[in-house]
Ligand binder design. Structure first.
Ligand code: ADP
Ligand code: MG
Length: 250
């Protein structure tokens, strides 16, 4: 059997050519981790859990009519997806102030925002993924105004779905990011949710850690967020031995 072709290797995943035209296989590595853990660390078993978690969220989105690239999970670390032309943006939706928006605008972490705020970051690691506006995106031709209207609608539907699922298991979705891609069906172009939805792309706070009787307290990030989320959602594969200790690679 011919060796399959590697298309791309990023921080968290490897893409291989899929079995049919227009498909890709996403392999989930243990490297590339949630914002809360130091860079250059790999969490043993993280890729296995993210493969399951992304399957769970993408399946749920597909089921409510939010189109995603997900076709099916192939094994512990791989899933089959539709190949898309990725719009070079990280689309961020924020429900609570944290991270970049807190620093930029001086809003204390944990402050509820008046409504979900959608932001765009240019997907370029060398530039540190800078915040960009619709003006930049349209002027540089990364997407059209019509695309952006569709991206916002898509992102807000993902937000409602994810927020609801998380709240069902006692987790607050502070913010998350998605990547959006184009696929063609005949002459028609459609935008779909691509990449992954996992603790690496979501900022999650444990409602149970917020203090009794609504006493104001810093919301705590989940300890070992991958295992805890998989456990609460009931998608923890029984044969995964996941060590919560970060192990240094290289
Ligand atoms: P990065 O370090 O660039 O974030 P990752 O390790 O997350 O990379 O690997 C995933 C790569 O695959 C990303 O560059 C992402 O844009 C791309 N990608 C995700 N889903 C699709 C898809 N359906 N079609 C084509 N490319 C995709
Ligand atoms: Mg990525």
């Amino acid at each position: 059997m011919a060796r399959r072709k590697k298309v791309y290797e990023g921080k968290a995943k490897i893409l291989y050519e899929g079995p049919e035209p227009g498909t890709l296989i996403q392999y989930f590595k243990d490297d590339g981790s949630a914002a809360s853990t130091p860079p250059q660390t790999a969490l043993e078993g993280k890729g296995v859990l993210n493969n399951r978690l992304s399957e769970f969220f993408m399946n749920g989105l597909n089921a409510i009519g939010v189109p995603t690239h997900f076709i099916r999970r192939l094994n512990m670390r791989e899933q089959l997806v539709r190949m898309a032309e990725i719009i070079p943006l990280e689309v961020v939706v924020r429900n609570f102030a944290a991270g970049g928006i807190s620093k930029r605008l001086g809003i204390p972490e944990g402050t509820p925002l008046p409504r979900p705020i959608v932001e765009y970051y240019f997907k370029d690691d060398k530039l540190g993924c800078p915040l960009v506006s619709e003006e930049h995106i349209i002027a540089f031709g990364w997407a059209s105004q019509q695309d952006l209207d569709d991206v916002v609608a898509l992102a807000l539907r993902v937000n409602d779905f994810l927020s609801g699922v998380m709240m069902g298991v006692g987790i607050r979705l502070a913010d998350f990011r998605i990547e959006v891609g184009r696929i063609w069906e005949g002459d028609y172009m459609r935008l779909i949710v691509a990449d992954e939805i996992s603790p690496d792309s979501c900022r999650l706070w444990d409602v149970r850690a917020e203090g009794e009787g609504g006493a104001p307290r810093e919301p705590g990030p989940l300890q070992d967020v991958y295992t805890e989320l998989a456990r609460r959602l009931g998608v923890l594969p029984s044969n995964v031995t996941h060590s919560p200790k970060p192990t240094l690679i290289n």
